[in-house]
Write a protein that binds this ligand. Structure first.
Ligand SMILES: O=C(O)c1ccc[n+]([C@@H]2O[C@H](COP(=O)([O-])O)[C@@H](O)[C@H]2O)c1
Ligand SMILES: Cc1cc2nc[nH]c2cc1C
Length: 340
């Protein structure tokens, strides 16, 4: 990064040159869909999925041959406020569990032949407690955003960012309150399962943070560094890198969407290549998806994180592709077309 440009300004410059959707490829998949042996529109949102893939991969024959779930793990200073049902040590323990193949996301990726990468973001050094100080400085937030670009290395064709971080539903709720307004309680949920007392501490921590950082929260990148965490910064980078490389993105749950919401606040177009993979059981997630203009593909009552809901959505996306690619046409199967 050059000396005279501030790190956040380098990030802002990226949003001036985002590639748009490929209308020609959308027209091509629409033309093929019209020939497939089914009444027009009968595959409903499966048809929309194909148009979305074609638009953002920029090809008339979209494929999901190398999808990736990229899980970002980070620790949060705000855990000191007693906001989670689990201790911060669980973040590193779960990273080990990912590595040895014992987590839910390992099984989902294995069952559906989806790649999985886990990125550990300085777990031994939690971000600062944002009730006391900004979570990160500008240089760290920007460097972590840039680190997120690694996810697209190695040639992937679909990305699902995921996360693991004890305390990060407090960070996500604080981001939503800063972006969309209202008291903390409007945005919080029970995360890993806090009781009523824990939930009250969570709301109080967020309200204290909003009071402390209030004057600086009109800029989404300031919200990121003051109230965010490293996994949220890295996921913002990964989503942006995907866009720049014609890789569509499947959004997971409540915490992943905090990264998407910050990008959307920078410029709504920044998340145009993203689809809502699922709606989480964490209360406000449905509302957040609606604000992002995303209708979730799945609603399974999940609230795990790890990219798990998005990974399941990838299996559905692949099924949509199988229909689009391999169904017979009216002509090839000798099936009569619509009478009128
Ligand atoms: O993705 C979701 O919708 C989701 C909802 C609730 C909890 N989580 C996961 O739970 C962890 C954070 O919960 P907490 O209570 O420690 O803030 C973190 O590892 C998230 O992946 C994830
Ligand atoms: C055990 C456990 C697994 C998780 N996976 C994502 N967030 C999590 C939180 C906990 C506590």
């Amino acid at each position: 990064m050059s000396a005279d440009i501030k790190p956040f300004d380098e990030i802002r410059l990226l949003f001036a040159r985002l590639p748009g959707p490929d209308a020609q490829s959308v027209a091509a998949v629409r033309a093929r869909d019209a020939q497939l042996t089914k009444p027009p529109g009968a595959l409903g949102r499966l048809e929309d999925i194909i148009e979305w893939l074609a638009a953002w991969q920029g090809v008339a024959e979209p494929a999901v041959a190398r999808p990736l779930v990229a899980v970002y793990a980070a620790n949060h200073g705000v855990v000191a406020q007693g906001v989670s049902a689990f201790p911060a040590s669980v973040t590193a323990q779960m990273v080990e569990n990912f590595r040895t193949g014992g987590a839910a996301i390992n099984q989902i990726c294995k069952a559906h032949d989806i790649g999985l990468k886990v990125y550990e973001l300085a777990l031994e050094r939690p971000t600062k407690d944002f009730t006391q100080a900004p979570a990160m400085d500008e240089r760290e937030a920007a460097a972590t955003f840039a680190y997120g670009f690694e996810a697209i290395e190695g040639g992937i064709d679909l990305l699902a960012p995921g996360e693991m971080g004890i305390g990060n539903t407090t960070s996500a709720a604080a981001i939503y309150a800063a972006l969309y307004g209202g008291p903390a309680a409007r945005w919080t949920g029970r995360g890993t399962g806090v009781d009523d007392v824990g939930l009250a501490r969570k709301n109080a921590a967020i309200d204290a943070a909003l009071a402390l950082h209030g004057p600086y929260l009109s800029d989404p990148l300031e919200i990121l560094r003051r109230l965010g965490g490293r996994e949220i910064a890295a996921m913002m980078g990964a989503i942006t890198a995907a866009r720049l490389n014609h890789v569509p993105v499947v959004l997971d749950g409540y915490v992943v969407c905090a990264a998407a919401a910050l990008l959307h606040a920078l410029t709504p177009d920044a998340v145009a290549h993203c689809v809502g993979g699922h709606v989480s059981a964490e209360g406000a997630h449905g509302d957040v998806l609606a604000r992002l203009g995303k209708k979730p593909l799945l609603d399974l009552g999940m609230r795990l994180g790890e990219g798990s809901g998005a990974a399941l959505a990838i299996s559905l996306i692949r099924t949509a592709l199988a229909c689009h690619r391999d169904m017979a046409t009216f002509e090839s199967a000798g099936v009569s077309g619509k009478a009128r």
